[in-house]
Design a protein around this ligand. Structure first.
Ligand SMILES: [Zn+2]
Ligand SMILES: [Zn+2]
Ligand SMILES: [Zn+2]
Length: 156
């Protein structure tokens, strides 16, 4: 963990008028460094592995604060567990494919799809601020298994 990275995150927090607590920095660092879509409990467990004295309540509270400040995005993949990821800058936007069988999340970016969305907004004289697109279905691993009844189905 570099000091420069810490400084950068401190600056980000200060720009949002948040105190740069070690907990908030650790949380942003964790989310910056992963392509996983963790839920709050997974984030808590990850952070606890990295530093001592992490309290579940503080992690949950910090998460909500960072979501309020739009530094972290909360995602609803429809299974009752809210996931969190670092909010995306304009040039790092992505959307999600979500496997309903194994829970795998695939990130994608499709320029044509994005352009079509802007087009739809224009047609309605609507000014978009942001969007999230989730496509639910079955990933390649899971529908391959389904096609072969000999293979074991992944446990939920
Ligand atoms: Zn998109
Ligand atoms: Zn799957
Ligand atoms: Zn994502």
């Amino acid at each position: 963990m570099s000091a420069a990275e810490n400084q950068a995150l401190k600056k980000v927090l200060h720009e949002h008028e948040l105190k740069a607590t070690s907990q908030r920095i650790a949380l942003l660092k964790l989310l910056d460094g992963t392509s996983e879509h963790f839920d709050a409990e997974e984030i808590y467990l990850e952070l606890r592995q990295r530093q001592k004295n992490v309290s579940r309540a503080t992690v949950y509270r910090s998460l909500e604060t960072l979501v309020d400040q739009n530094l972290v995005t909360k995602l609803d993949f429809g299974d009752g567990r809210m996931r969190y990821e670092r909010s995306q800058g304009e040039d790092e936007h992505h959307d999600h494919l979500i496997c309903e069988r194994c829970g795998k999340v695939i990130e994608f970016f499709n320029l044509e799809m994005e352009a079509q969305q802007l087009f739809v907004c224009e047609e309605h004289d609507f000014v978009p601020s942001n969007h999230t697109m989730h496509i639910f279905g079955t990933c390649s691993d899971c529908h391959t298994l389904k096609a072969n009844p000999e293979a074991e189905t992944p446990s939920q």
